[in-house]
Design a protein around this ligand. Sequence first.
Ligand code: NI
Length: 189
Amino acid sequence: MAILPIREIPDPILKQVSVPVDNFDDQLKTLVADMFETMYDAHGIGLAAVQVGVPIRLLVIDLQPDDPDAEPEVCTAHGGHHHTHQPTLKEPRVFINPEILSVSEEHTVYNEGCLSVPEIYAEVERPASIRARWQDMDGKVHEEDIEGMLAICLQHEMDHLEGVVFIDHLSRLKRQMAIKKLEKLRKAA
Ligand code: NI
């Protein structure tokens, strides 16, 4: 396993549309393992492959990355059944070739951040729940209704597959302010 460098804006790769995954091979499994290690190291809850420079339709999510006692489990995307984990355990999820089949009328606003836009947070409005279809690392297809934090995170990560980062959802003024703030923070660092 390896910690990979995370691409940050304005790296042009982040604007690329990622291509579908069709080889569910060992190389893919290695990339997934490296992405989890990279994401945990950066204290993120989601990471798309393009963010580590590999523009394929793959993303990983773990909504509880910060527990120091937590041990990563085998990486499995969750299918039609629900795992009951202790709240202290890591819950790694893998989404390959994800699609949104439908979205709720109800929307929700969350103060989002992104490992490719470090230190910047802004409120983004998105559908509160979605029906999604995706493949796991073995190519098996899953379909599930997803709500709450996972729905927000999955939509954020799926944006990356289209070359979109969360500040692209902001007004032009707010986006420019965010980019200026990031430039200032980089200069100060
Ligand atoms: Ni992001």
